[in-house]
Design a protein around this ligand. Structure first.
Ligand code: GLU
Length: 218
């Protein structure tokens, strides 16, 4: 179980995602990743090992492309429980390049959910329990639900100890967050809102913190 951050804003978010992930490093981790929406597309960068590896990769990506700066992003440091330590299993995990999710904890009933999603045509690219989350979001969005409705339907299906943050290209100004036995705090800022695994990870960005309780979503 390690660290989660997310930011929605009107300004560029990547430096703030990195600064928050740095504040979660003390918890220990084996890989790190970030997803953002830029120019109408999901951009995902992940790497094994220390955060500095991810930062170097992000610098290479931004040198090679002329993306506009993202104003929504999620970041993660992983402590693997299901699947090897490699960049495929690092978070964010995605579905159809449209939904991205970062997750801490364990989805206990992922096996049966995975079997039914595979029978519906979803392809799994990681060995993680987490990957059921982006595919479930995708499934419920395709059925015509908005992001909040989709998140609530996902919560009805999953069991376990978790905290997660989801984002979707179809709802590019929203994050869906939820916790059950893993910590998560929301920060309300001036034209920016934040979410992090603990208050410490976002208290350099805002002083207005809401601590979620088990079973909460937002
Ligand atoms: N169970 C997930 C995985 O193995 C999340 C691990 C974590 O809490 O970082 O990828």
């Amino acid at each position: 179980m390690c660290g989660i951050v997310g930011i929605t804003s009107f300004k560029e978010v990547t430096p703030r995602i990195i600064s928050s992930l740095k504040k979660l490093e003390y918890r220990g981790y084996d890989s790190a990743g970030i997803a953002s929406v830029s120019d109408g597309a999901l951009q995902v960068t992940k790497s094994k090992g220390k955060l500095i590896n991810l930062i170097e990769k992000l610098n290479q990506v931004s040198d090679a492309n002329s993306y506009s700066y993202p104003s929504i992003a999620i970041g993660h440091t992983r402590w693997a429980t299901h699947g090897n330590i490699n960049s495929e299993n690092a978070h964010p995990l995605t579905s159809e390049n449209k939904v991205a999710v970062v997750h801490n904890g364990i989805i206990e009933n992922y096996d049966s959910i995975k079997i039914s999603l595979e029978s519906e045509g979803y392809t799994f690219r990681s060995q993680t329990d987490t990957e059921v989350l982006p595919h479930l979001f995708m499934k419920y969005i395709k059925l015509g639900n908005n992001f909040l409705q989709a998140g609530r339907l996902v919560l009805k299906e999953i069991k376990g100890a978790f905290a997660f943050v989801a984002m979707s290209l179809d709802f590019p100004n929203e994050l869906f967050v939820s916790r059950n036995s893993s910590p998560l705090a929301i920060g309300i800022g001036d034209k920016s809102n934040f979410v992090g695994s603990d208050a410490h990870s976002i208290d350099h960005l805002t002083q207005k913190i809401i601590y979620l309780e088990d079973g909460d979503h937002a």
